[in-house]
Structures are given as structure tokens and as C-alpha cells.
Write a protein that binds this ligand. Structure first.
Ligand code: EPU
Length: 466
């Protein structure tokens, strides 16, 4: 297929995803008009982490009894995973709006592949259904996977891990058919890279596999630790060993859980960046220091200020010039790849040249084109940049962005490309002088609960386009 056609198809798929996501959470329109240049000030609530909640929802499939999940955010990804669970026979009560969901897995059943397919366009979570469905039904089907359009996002680690447990993987034109004719058995697995999703795959599969699973080079993100806490409540035996090793002793059965989700550190970091970029002051109720230490260090180095309180963290611009930084994104405990996009908007206001090395994904600076259109000075180096002190070893797929500031941003018509890039567009529009029209904002609701309500609370001047 030629690249222009591919780009057009990607673009259309993106628009459709954005519209579906907007509909899930009841946004008035998929486009907002922002009058920028006003500091964001006020208090907002940060609920459970998208990247834990959606996985804990999948874990409910493994239980023999009901599970209760608290602090669920009202985001479109939660609606999609709810629908995916429902088509697999899980009965769900409660609502994302109320923050509590109850899952009853008594009647788990095989879903129609067309139904899975219809939902999967906007989520990568179906891949994590494999282990639980193989244990319960001996069969799983994975359609073409969606999620943010940030590079190819392969699933080879997932499939290799499932094969190591004894699953048989058949690639068909419509998707991937996975069976476990002889059940699943504990395995020794070493990940080529500490992938979050592949670690979750091994956890969700290993807990009910026969015998012991040893996972080397595992991801140890706080959301993974919280998923392990969920699984332990269900009856699993999982130990965290030194040097990224996780040991799982398979058990015969698991029960449901009752769990309050870890707060969303990506959401808190995003609002913190918004406070800095707009010279504002935002208190994130529910944010905690431990999971944000790496972010807080960088925030302080740039010249941002924060107060850690009992019930949350206050992030603010204390006055004076912001300073440039050099950041390498990395797996935990490094600087998260999901933090760089909103922070880059604040870096356009720093005095001097900052460098962000993106080492986790292969294509995560597409969003900077819109910032440049708005007046930012950002140069993207597709093959990364050599030289300088490095904490994270250089990776073949990495890219770098060089941001020189301070630059005045002005309003523009911009189109949200993905979840985190989208939030950064929103912050840029709020920072810029003049009016911006931001379309595809539905994509932002994939991971930011009630973002419009929160903007209102923070005094932003915006309206939904008719
Ligand atoms: N990778 C492979 N093969 C695989 C799996 C991953 O090569 O089979 C590579 C990826 O291409 C990437 C790297 O490994 O270069 C890391 O990917 P990882 O598997 O860790 O990412 P993920 O599980 O797909 C989750 C979050 C992302 C977050 C990353 C890194 C969810 C639903 N998504 O993705 O969140 O950026 O971990 O922390 O948990 C977001 O919230 O906006 C988002 C993209």
C-alpha cells in the first residue's frame, strides 16, 4: 500500500476513534474552542490510573466470585474494556461515573470475533484477555489491535510468552486465534525489554498456570505493583525478587477482589505541566509523592514548585524564569514516556535549550508539529542525538526533540493525534495568546476523566464547538 493512502487511512481511523471515545463519555462535541493565555488555578480530583484500572478489570475474569474496583475514572478506555468484558459474559454493575464497578464472572463465555473486532479499534487491552480466557475457556481471539498510534507497537513479547506457557498461536487474516489444548504450564521467560504489557500478560497467565513461572527483565511500574496487589487479594502467590525478577507460583483457583485503584500519576503529571506552562497553580487531590518522585525531581529542576500534602500535591509556577533540562524517557523508575508530551509545552517557556530523548517508543514526537505551528521552536531528530551524558543506554529506535525557549505561543487550528500528545495540544492552546480550535479531543477522554469539567474548575476559557 502506498504511504499517502496509509496516512489517509490512519487519519480516518484516528478521527473515528476520537468520535467513538467522545461518545463513550458524553462529550458535547469532538472539537473545542480555547481562548488561551489564562493561568489554570484550582483543585481537581485525580482518580484511579488508566493503566492499572483497565488491567484490574481484566483480572476479574480470573476470579470465581465477584470483584469490586473503586476509584474507577470515567474514561473511554474503561467503557471499551467494560464492553469487552460484557461480550465475554461478565455482568457489570455500578458505573465509571460513580467510580465503582462490580464484575460478576459467573458466566464467562466465548465472544463473537466480529463483536471483539468492532471494539478493538480503540483499545490494546484485548491482548491481555488471552491468559484469563485460556484458563477459563481454553480459547482466545485477538483482533487487530488499536491503542495510541505511536509507532508499530508490536505484540511479539506477548505471543512468545503465551507460547512458553504452552499456548498454540495461529495467525489468521482476521486476527490471532489462541488455544491451549494441554492447559497452561509455568515457564521461564526473559523479556527482551521490560515491557509493561508483556509483564502483565505473564502475571495474568502465570497466576493460574500449573507450577512456577519465573519472569526475568520484568517491568516494575507502580501500576504493575498494584496489579500484583489485586492478584494477591484474589489468592495468587507472586514474589518480587531483586533485579527485575518476578516469581509466580500457580494456584488452582482465584476469588474476586475488592480494590481501590492506585491514583493516575500520568494524569497528575499532565496537570502539573499545565500549571507550569500557564503560570498557574493546580492542586491534584489524590496524587502521591512516592510514585511521582522522578517527575518531581525534573519539575523542580525546571523551576516548578510543589507542596506535598496529606490529600494530594499542589503544583505551581513560583514566578521567575523556567530552566531548560535534558531528559531521557525510560521504564520505571526512569522518567515515563507518558510525561514528556505535556512537559514539552512547559519547556517551550523555559529560557534555553532542552533535550528530550524518547527511548521507549519509536515515534512519539508527532505531536510537536502542532506546537511548532503555534510558534514553538522544536527540532525533532528521528534517529536520536549522539553525545552528552546518558543515564539510559542508547536504543536503536530512539528519537530526540530539541526545544529552545522561551517562545510565545499563538492560537491555531490543531488536531489531536493521540492521548498524551492530545493533552499537550490542549495545554499549548491554554498557554497560547489568542484562540485555538482543537479537534479530535475525544482521544483525550481515553485517559483523562472529565477533562472538560476539570478545565472549567481551573478557570479555563473554552467552549465546545457546535
Ligand atoms: N514492545 C515490543 N513487543 C511487545 C511489547 C512491547 O517490542 O510485544 C516494545 C514497544 O514497542 C515499546 C516498548 O516495548 O517500544 C515498551 O512497550 P510496553 O509494552 O511497555 O508498553 P504497553 O504495555 O503497550 C503501557 C501503557 C502505555 C505506556 C507504556 C510504557 C497501557 C494500556 N499502556 O503500554 O501508556 O506508555 O506502558 O509505560 O498500560 C498511555 O497511557 O498513553 C500509554 C501509551
Amino acid at each position: 500500500m502506498n504511504t499517502i493512502l496509509q496516512d489517509t487511512q490512519k487519519h480516518e481511523a484516528q478521527k473515528l476513534d476520537a468520535q467513538k471515545a467522545a461518545a463513550h463519555v458524553g462529550l458535547l462535541s469532538d472539537t473545542i474552542i480555547v481562548n488561551g493565555g489564562r493561568p489554570l488555578r484550582g483543585r481537581i480530583d485525580v482518580r484511579g490510573a488508566k493503566n492499572l484500572v483497565t488491567k484490574a478489570m481484566v483480572a476479574s475474569l480470573l476470579g470465581d466470585t465477584k470483584s469490586v474496583l473503586r476509584d474507577v475514572p470515567d474514561i473511554s478506555d474503561v467503557h471499551v474494556v467494560s464492553r469487552l468484558l460484557e461480550i465475554h459474559g461478565v455482568e457489570i454493575t455500578g458505573s465509571p461515573e460513580s467510580g465503582i464497578l462490580v464484575f460478576d464472572p459467573a458466566n464467562v463465555a466465548i465472544a463473537q470475533s466480529a463483536e471483539i473486532d468492532a471494539l478493538s479499534g480503540s483499545s490494546r487491552i484485548p491482548i491481555l484477555f488471552c491468559g484469563p480466557l485460556l484458563h477459563r475457556l481454553g480459547h482466545a481471539f485477538i483482533p487487530d489491535l488499536g491503542g495510541c498510534r505511536i509507532g508499530d507497537r508490536p505484540i511479539d513479547f506477548h505471543l512468545d510468552a503465551l507460547r512458553a506457557f504452552g499456548a498454540v498461536v495461529d495467525k489468521l487474516p482476521s486476527g490471532i486465534n489462541i488455544t491451549a489444548p494441554n492447559g497452561l504450564t509455568g515457564a521461564n521467560i526473559e523479556l527482551p525489554y521490560p515491557s509493561v504489557g508483556a509483564t502483565e500478560q505473564v502475571l495474568l497467565t502465570g497466576v493460574r498456570a500449573k507450577g512456577i513461572t519465573e519472569l526475568k527483565n520484568a517491568a516494575i511500574e507502580p501500576e504493575i505493583m498494584d496489579l500484583i496487589a489485586v492478584l494477591q487479594k484474589m489468592g495468587a502467590i507472586i514474589s518480587i525478587e531483586p533485579n527485575r525478577v518476578i516469581l509466580i507460583e500457580g494456584v488452582d483457583s482465584l476469588k474476586g477482589y475488592d480494590h481501590r485503584a492506585l491514583f493516575d500519576r500520568n494524569e497528575a503529571a499532565s496537570w502539573a505541566s499545565a500549571a507550569l506552562a500557564t503560570k498557574g497553580d493546580i492542586f491534584c487531590v489524590g496524587a502521591k509523592q512516592q510514585e511521582m518522585m522522578t517527575f518531581l525531581n525534573v519539575f523542580r529542576k525546571i523551576g516548578g514548585a510543589f507542596d506535598i500534602e496529606e490529600d494530594g500535591i499542589r503544583f505551581y509556577h513560583p514566578g521567575g524564569d523556567l530552566k531548560p533540562v535534558v531528559i531521557e524517557t525510560d521504564v520505571h523508575p526512569g522518567f515515563m514516556t507518558d510525561w514528556q508530551q505535556p512537559l514539552i509545552v512547559a519547556l517551550t517557556q523555559a529560557v534555553g535549550t532542552s533535550i528530550v530523548h524518547e527511548t521507549v517508543y519509536e515515534d512519539r514526537f508527532g505531536f510537536t508539529e502542532a506546537l511548532v505551528e503555534m510558534g514553538a521552536d522544536i527540532e525533532v531528530h528521528k534517529n536520536g542525538l549522539e553525545g552528552g551524558y546518558r543515564r539510559v543506554p542508547r536504543r536503536a529506535l530512539e528519537q530526540a526533540a530539541v526545544i529552545t525557549g522561551p517562545t510565545k505561543l499563538h492560537g491555531a487550528d490543531i488536531e489531536v493525534p493521540d492521548l498524551r500528545g492530545g493533552f499537550s495540544h490542549l495545554i499549548a492552546a491554554l498557554t497560547a495568546q489568542g484562540q485555538s480550535r482543537v479537534s479530535n479531543v475525544g482521544l483525550i477522554s481515553r485517559g483523562y476523566g472529565d477533562f472538560a469539567g476539570k478545565l472549567q474548575k481551573l478557570g479555563a476559557d473554552f467552549s465546545f464547538a457546535a
